[in-house]
Design a protein around this ligand. Structure first.
Ligand code: HPA
Ligand code: ZN
Length: 331
């Protein structure tokens, strides 16, 4: 099974590139940039990754990315991840990135965009990997700040595959961001949003109704609302589920409690993703393997999930056909 899961051509639709920052790279970037870290060694960093909820993770996530200063840093961050992912059989990566979390440190959008764009070209050339870019708004920051970011991103609008919504969910409903998502819609930029990770099922409904998203990131709490589940199934809405993330952030207690089997039984369209692989105990392969172990799924189920990711990816139809062919060839 392990060999099969590695060979399976996997498209990752839910990854925060800043959450792929491994402690080793954190230390080398800290040294390169003369940034001091509150940790003595790599082991100490890993030991600190013991989270009680989303906020306790976000605190360390924003602290960790403090080492990212230059375009080269963002390039190295992304390439470090793309190489690891490629070695795990990942063929396509859609990365969220958090410009507001960099701007507060004086790192402006052009710096981030230069580094990530270089890494995307590099990944295509060196690894044959396609990538997509999702500019995320921080939902625990004011809506006006999100709108200002949207406008300041004008030189890059054409490079954005989508905009997204992340960070602390509770108390920050999708409704807060209606205007900026409407602006993205006017500009023809697709939309996704985190909803129903820690927040209630109503946030999933709001994301669909008010933000007009084409996918829901996480969405696992939809199960508390049978009417919503029926709607998600009928409309074929894709949920980008992140099992190891949900365990580490205590959305569920352990993998065997994860609602993935119920979501699947309900007829929902699902994909498996790593979210923040450096913080949550592994990348795509680790997430697939954890599901195999916890649920005893057949190869057919993993093929179905991998197929859904290809269907829902922000890629052109030529690449989509290419990936579907790779998936068929792996059988
Ligand atoms: N949830 C919400 N916001 C995030 C996450 C997450 O798992 N990772 C990075 N930002
Ligand atoms: Zn996420």
């Amino acid at each position: 099974m392990r060999d099969f899961l590695r060979r399976l051509p996997k498209a990752e639709l839910h990854l925060h590139i800043e959450g792929s920052l491994e402690p080793e790279l954190m230390f080398s970037l800290a040294e390169r940039n003369g940034v001091s870290l509150p940790y003595a060694c790599v082991e100490e960093v890993r030991a600190a990754y013991d989270f009680s909820d989303l906020q306790s993770f976000l605190d360390l996530y924003y602290q960790g990315m403090n080492v990212l200063r230059t375009a080269e840093d963002f390039h190295d961050l992304a390439m470090d991840y793309f190489r690891r992912a490629s070695a795990e059989g990942v063929v396509h990566v859609e990365m969220h990135f958090d410009p507001q979390a960099h701007r507060v440190r004086g790192v402006e959008l052009p710096v981030v965009m230069e580094g990530l764009s270089q890494a995307r070209r590099h990944a295509q050339r060196e690894l044959g990997m396609s990538t997509a870019l999702i500019m995320a708004f921080l939902r625990d920051r004011p809506a006006e700040e999100a709108m200002a970011l949207m406008e300041s991103a004008a030189p890059y609008w054409e490079m954005l595959d989508a905009v997204g919504l992340d960070s602390a969910e509770r108390g920050n409903p999708p409704a807060k961001f209606v205007e900026v998502f409407e602006r993205a819609r006017q500009l023809g930029i697709p939309r996704v949003a985190h909803a129903g990770e820690e927040g209630p099922p109503d946030y999933i409904r709001e994301a669909l109704d008010l933000l007009d998203v084409c996918r829901i990131d996480h969405g696992v709490r939809c199960l508390e609302d049978p009417e919503l589940v029926a709607r998600l199934r009928d409309e074929g809405v894709v949920l980008t589920v992140c099992p190891l993330s949900n365990v580490r952030l205590r959305v569920v207690e352990r993998m065997t409690d994860h609602p993935l089997p119920q979501l699947l039984d309900a007829g929902l369209r699902l994909t498996l993703n790593s979210d923040d692989p450096a913080y949550f105990g592994g990348g795509m392969l680790a997430n697939f393997e954890a599901c195999a172990e916890a649920f005893g799924w057949s190869k057919e189920i993993f093929i179905q999930l991998a197929g859904t990711a290809i269907e829902a990816a922000f890629i052109d139809e030529t690449r989509r056909l290419d990936l579907h062919r790779q998936l068929a060839a792996c059988l």
